[in-house]
Design a protein around this ligand. Structure first.
Ligand code: CUA
Length: 339
């Protein structure tokens, strides 16, 4: 091989590799990790990306060089020379990919086994997925259910998934892990959140019309704040007073993020003002209690004029236990009568 050929092959390879590296580095492909597991996955991701860039540069260099140097003349219809092969070259191009793929396999196996290793004092959370809502229950707190996933920072968490209808998939981008939820079997994923904050929980398996709205939040809190929430909520939700229990359910499920309710100190205006529920029920021609219950369980059954459909997740109430739903309905009725 002439020195000139090697120089041009190298030149093309460096330019192609440089472009690919620029694309890889210039865009924020992954969010900042928020769990120990994501922190281990990130270097693995970059290990694979670097291998891809090198292979890409090599392929582009040989391809462009061949196109420009070995192009047949327009009137040349002859066959190429009969070449049998090159044993040395074949061994090299078999050995190098074998080593690369094996190294990715070993790296992945190490990361996976470390990510699956539960820490001490594991927090267990049972996750139920259904069209189109997530529900999280805490067996340590008498089965307290919440529509948002609250977790303490720096503690090993084992999420166990069940699906009620079709396949869904649990994904928090900052945790870098996805887990399918499959009817009939339980699946699980281990997470050790290491950054306090609020992150999106996304369903990442097409599961029906409401797939795109099957979202909630993962709220990572300090251990003290989490314990306070967990026990405060467990106690409040099981309170015999529907005002106490309902207020807890209202707060838990972040109803105040979209609605106004004076009694809860909520003043958002995305959805109808809940202080005017008696008037809204009258407008709909439905008895108040039935109206409130239906609006939670099936928000699209009656949509208040001036508000778009499908903004409130279609099956919001499915994340609630019967006890929680009853408490919330009673709380909304009594608060709106005061308001
Ligand atoms: Cu559940 Cu998509």
């Amino acid at each position: 091989m002439r020195r000139g050929s090697i120089a041009s092959l190298l030149g093309i390879g460096v330019v192609a590799g440089g472009c690919a590296a620029a694309v890889a580095l210039a865009l924020p492909w992954l969010p900042t990790p928020a769990s120990d597991e994501a922190g281990r996955i990130k270097p693995l991701f970059w290990f694979v990306i670097v291998i891809c860039i090198v292979v890409f540069a090599l392929v582009i260099a040989v391809m462009l060089y061949s196109i420009t140097h070995f192009r047949a003349a327009p009137d040349d219809d002859s066959d190429g020379p009969p070449v049998h092969g090159h044993t040395g070259l074949e061994i090299v191009w078999t050995l190098i990919p074998t080593l690369l793929v094996t190294s990715i396999g070993i790296f992945s196996a190490i990361v996976l086994s470390r990510n699956d290793a539960l820490g001490a004092n594991v927090l267990r959370v049972n996750v139920t997925a259904q069209q189109f809502a997530w529900s999280f229950s805490y067996p340590d707190a008498k089965g307290l259910t919440s529509g948002t996933l609250r977790l303490p920072v720096n503690r090993s968490v084992l999420l166990t998934f069940t699906a009620k209808d079709v396949i869904h998939s649990f994904w928090v981008p900052e945790f870098s892990q996805k887990q399918d939820t499959v009817p009939g079997i339980t699946t699980s994923v281990h997470i050790t959140p290491n950054r306090v904050g609020t992150f999106p929980v996304i369903c990442t398996e097409l599961c029906g019309l409401g797939h795109s709205v099957m979202r909630t939040q993962a709220i990572v809190m300090s251990p003290a704040a989490f314990e306070k929430w967990l026990h405060g909520q467990a106690k409040a939700v099981s309170s015999p007073s529907s005002d106490v229990a309902g207020a807890a359910v209202f707060k838990n499920n972040q109803c105040g993020a979209c609605h106004t309710l004076k009694a809860a100190g909520a003043s958002a205006a995305t959805g109808p003002d809940l202080d005017t529920l008696p008037a809204l029920a009258q407008g709909a021609g439905t008895p108040l209690e039935e109206f409130v219950r239906q609006s939670i369980v099936d928000p699209n059954a009656y949509v208040q004029k001036g508000y778009p459909r499908n903004v409130m997740p279609a099956t919001y109430g499915k994340a609630l236990s019967k006890q929680e739903l009853d408490a919330l309905v009673q709380y909304l009725i009594s608060s709106s009568k005061k308001g």
